[in-house]
Design a protein around this ligand. Structure first.
Ligand SMILES: C[S@@+](CC[C@H](N)C(=O)[O-])C[C@H]1O[C@@H](n2cnc3c(N)ncnc32)[C@H](O)[C@@H]1O
Length: 236
């Protein structure tokens, strides 16, 4: 594949075309999964467009640090798994990883990555608002770059409830929030940073999670705080 420079007009045209194709696909599918499902160049260019950003690297660091603190050999659900960006540390720690996503194309990239790493990953295609797993099926549930902006708020809460249901002990969940009063989003709008830090903690508590540690991935002068929450299921 030709690599295009991100500033070139051809590159911008290609990104626009990809987005258009993606919207058309959503219209054509009879019952598309809810949320922004990544296909085509959105899938193939996903990492190339992001891995150099400081926030991506902070997230990698945060999740790696958390896994290094957890025991080895756990069952982990990564939802949505995307391109399997956290597979290296999870496989290195001997975890049994299930990668869940609504996009077969993202899942294909994850499977390829697992193969390149000489490991295995179980992959499941589906909608994160209805997880096809038993209660407490996973020692750890991991979710990054998802609840904040991929689903509207109502469905994000539904998906968070599903994550809590299938989680036995630990969760690693990335969310955005603000250091001022909440301005709650409508049910049909993504939450982004509309909740205050206190209300974000309340949301997590309401779903049965207590915070072990927070890893902030944005610099202080950003109005929005993006946080990787290291969580424990209450009562475990
Ligand atoms: C921004 S990516 C995040 C991927 C990965 N967690 C990461 O941190 O890079 C969002 C992913 O959510 C998937 N997705 C969108 N809607 C979904 C849904 N309803 N259920 C499961 N996955 C979904 C997309 O296909 C895409 O792979």
């Amino acid at each position: 594949m030709t690599t295009l420079h991100s500033g070139s007009p051809l590159y911008r045209l290609r990104v626009k075309w990809t987005r258009l194709r993606w919207h058309l696909r959503k219209v054509i599918q009879r019952s598309p999964p809810k949320g922004d499902v990544y296909y085509g160049d959105m899938a193939t260019l996903y990492e190339a467009e992001r891995t150099n950003s400081p926030r991506w690297q902070c997230e990698q660091q945060a999740v790696t640090t958390i896994f290094e603190r957890l025991p080895e050999g756990l069952s982990v659900l990564d939802v949505p798994v995307g391109t399997g960006r956290f597979l290296p540390v999870m496989l290195e720690r001997g975890h049994h990883v299930t990668g869940f996503d609504a996009s077969d194309e993202m899942i294909a990239i994850t499977r390829r990555r697992a193969g390149e790493l000489g490991g295995t990953v179980e992959t499941v295609l589906g909608d994160a608002t209805h997880l096809p797993f038993d209660d407490g099926a996973f020692d750890v549930v991991l979710s990054s770059r998802f609840l904040r902006h991929i689903l509207p708020y109502g469905l994000a809460r539904q998906s968070l409830a599903e994550m809590a249901r299938v989680c036995k002990t630990y969760a690693i969940i990335e969310l955005g929030c603000r250091d001022r009063r909440s301005n709650p989003p409508g049910e049909d709008k993504p939450m982004r940073d509309r909740l205050s830090h206190a209300d974000t903690l309340a949301l997590l508590r309401a779903h049965g999670f207590e915070v072990i540690e927070e890893f902030h991935t944005t610099r202080r002068f950003y109005r929005e705080m993006r946080i990787v929450f290291f969580l424990r299921k209450t009562g475990t």
